[in-house]
Design a binder for this molecule. Structure first.
Ligand code: ZN
Length: 169
């Protein structure tokens, strides 16, 4: 297993659109395992392949405190949505920023699991929000895209400044 580099906004590679996984083979499972390790290492709740510069259409998720509830969804597709709520979201690619985003409260999602088996899940609350956030990544979209352009410009400035300071050290 390996810790992968997580791309940070405004890295343009975060705008790549993921391509469907054709076969869930050992290479894909290796990527999934590395992504879990990377996500746990960074104390994140979810990580999409786009964030580690892969164009595979998959993400990993674990919202448990003990890191014992891993969920991997390959070629995920939301087949129904209901309700609406606004909750603060954060993202490993936009570190230190938490802003409210409007999302569906209930979703039904169809995907393949780590073994390539088809699954369908009904999700609500935090897992539902996380899945919507991660699928956005696979479409090249970030949660800050829902904010005003003024707010997004401020976030961009802040992160660019932090990146420069990190380079200087
Ligand atoms: Zn994210």
């Amino acid at each position: 297993m390996a810790i992968l580099e997580i791309l940070r906004y405004p890295d343009s590679r975060l705008r790549n659109r993921a391509k469907p996984v054709e076969q869930v083979d050992t290479k894909i499972r290796q990527l999934v395992d590395d992504m879990f390790e990377t996500m746990y290492d960074a104390s994140g709740l979810g990580l999409a392949a786009t964030q580690v510069n892969s164009t595979k259409r998959l993400f990993v998720l674990d919202i448990s405190e003990q890191h014992d509830d891993p969920l991997c969804l390959i070629n995920p597709e939301i087949i129904s949505k209901e309700g609406e709520e606004r909750e603060d979201e954060g993202c490993l690619s936009v570190p230190g920023v938490y802003e409210p985003v409007k999302r569906a409260t209930h979703i039904r999602v169809r995907a393949l699991d780590r073994d390539g088996n088809p699954i369908e899940l009904d999700l609500e609350g935090l897992p539902a929000v996380c899945v919507q956030h991660e699928i956005d990544h696979l479409d090249g979209k970030l949660f800050i895209d829902y904010l005003s352009s003024l707010k997004r410009a401020r976030i961009r400035k802040k992160l660019e400044k932090e990146a420069r300071q990190a380079d200087d050290e």
